[in-house]
Ligand binder design. Structure first.
Ligand code: ASP
Length: 451
């Protein structure tokens, strides 16, 4: 196959695509908006240039880009997790892996929201803001704990895959992988097939990543040509506070945790997260970004498949530190705007509920805001308050998604290191994983040479 040699690295190309998209979108909005622009004729249809570009080209390319990422999520999680489970040296490891990941995911989220509430109480983002009485927003009922646990077990794995129910897919893949490991030669033969499948799917991921600059360009151009900035007035304090705490968590909490718990150099992790963070930023979806997160964890950070195939999909499903940060600041903001005084036990309740809400937040755009309703209800705040911050949420959603996936990779490194499943040489190698051709995995049969 002919290989294209690019002058710039993939990160640089995605970044260029993003900036070019933002500029194009902003320019289109400034020049045309949706009125009074040029018209063009396509297949006998007369279209305005604005809608031809924004609702036509950018919309189609952006949607196809996100759909192709999402298309890989279910097969990737299933195949790599089955492979990861059946290659685990001891089955007892699985329980330990699950316990450690869960503990780390929940505690980093609790830390994130504690930081958010603390800074919001210092900065008072809602002070002096008038309440908009027209605002309306309705809350969804949160599922009970028992329901969450029972729902993790699929009655029909094909249905779970069709619906993209990640926790159910994870449970089925784990059980399937364990059974494979216990099935002797049959399991081994099947394992070799899964290994090949894994290779092919990962190749598809790298192909898609190379097309990302175009997808990112289209997504940004569409978003910025339709985004209104009028809602920003009055919300600037809230907006920048959320950004500040997101930055603090990503650049201080995670590096400190990584250093303290593993001794690894956190600067390397931050550098290697660039591509994944850009994907997360432009798609606003940790679920759609997951193929890229998994690729980074395995090939760039050196977290072996047996750990990364479990920890990363789990994180993309239940670990949303960035989302919890937005919820913490938003709760304080809404309480202040509506003139409600929250007590210390209310804040504790906010921390607990937002941590659990983060588990239930799907990794798709905007869901964090819907889950905020659950947090507000717990402390009797008006759910309509959410409508006040919707206007600035998209940009925050993009940024918090980048933090969410950084959290997933940090935890994957910590768990990987503690299990002896992190390749330090790969972690420290600045070039690791950047050569798209070398896709390397743990092998079912370690003695079998790569074909
Ligand atoms: N967009 C976020 C994610 O995918 C979830 C959210 O906060 O809305 O991680």
């Amino acid at each position: 196959m002919a290989k294209t040699v690019h002058k710039f690295s993939l990160t640089a190309r995605i970044f260029i695509g993003m900036v070019a998209g933002i500029l194009t979108g902003t320019l289109l909005k400034a020049l045309f908006d949706d009125s009074g622009d040029f018209t063009v004729s396509v297949f006998g249809l007369t279209l305005s240039t604005y809608s031809f570009l924004v609702d036509g080209i950018f919309h189609i390319v952006g949607k196809i880009f996100i759909a192709s990422l999402q298309m890989l999520v279910v097969p990737l999680v299933f195949v790599s997790l089955v492979l990861g489970t059946c290659t685990l040296s001891e089955p007892s490891k699985l329980g330990r892996l699950g316990g450690k990941s869960l503990l780390l995911y929940l505690s980093t989220t609790a830390l994130a929201i504690t930081l958010a509430v603390t800074f919001a109480l210092i900065v008072n983002p809602g002070e002096g803001i008038q309440m908009d009485t027209d605002a309306t927003f309705s809350a969804n009922q949160a599922p009970s704990f028992a329901e969450v646990i029972v729902n993790m077990f699929p009655t029909n794995p094909i249905n779970a895959m069709a619906e993209g129910n990640m926790l159910q897919i994870i449970v089925f893949a784990l059980l399937f992988g364990i059974a494979m490991a216990m099935s002797g030669d049959a399991g081994k033969r099947l394992g070799e097939m899964f290994e090949d499948l894994n290779k092919v799917i990962m190749r598809l991921v790298t192909i898609l990543m190379n097309l990302a600059p175009w997808g990112v360009f289209a997504l940004m151009a569409k978003l910025f040509s339709t985004m209104g900035f009028d809602t920003f007035a009055g919300l600037l304090k809230y907006f920048f506070l959320v950004l500040f705490v997101l930055g603090l968590h990503a650049f201080v909490s995670y590096p400190l945790l990584l250093k303290l718990l593993t001794g690894l150099n956190p600067i390397i992790l931050i550098r290697k997260m660039r591509d994944t963070a850009l994907f997360a930023f432009s798609t606003s979806s940790s679920s759609a970004t997951m193929p890229v997160t998994l690729e980074t964890a395995r090939n760039k950070l050196g977290v072996k498949n047996s750990v990364s195939s479990f920890v990363i999909p789990l994180g993309a499903t239940i670990n949303m530190d960035g989302t919890a940060i937005m919820q913490g600041v938003a709760t304080v903001f809404i309480a202040q705007v509506f003139g409600v005084d929250l007590t210390l036990s209310d804040y504790l309740m906010v921390i607990i509920t937002a941590t659990l809400a983060s588990v239930g937040t799907a990794g798709v755009p905007g869901v964090g805001l819907i889950m905020l309703a659950m947090v507000l209800q717990q402390v009797n705040l008006p759910v309509e308050g959410i409508a006040l911050i919707i206007g600035v949420d998209r940009l925050l959603d993009m940024t918090r998604t980048a933090v969410n996936v950084t959290g997933d990779c940090t935890v994957a490194c910590i768990v990987g290191k503690s299990e002896g499943e992190l390749d330090i040489d790969v972690y420290n190698d600045p070039e690791a994983g950047s050569k798209q051709e070398t896709v390397d995995f743990d092998h079912f049969d370690k003695n079998k040479p790569l074909s």
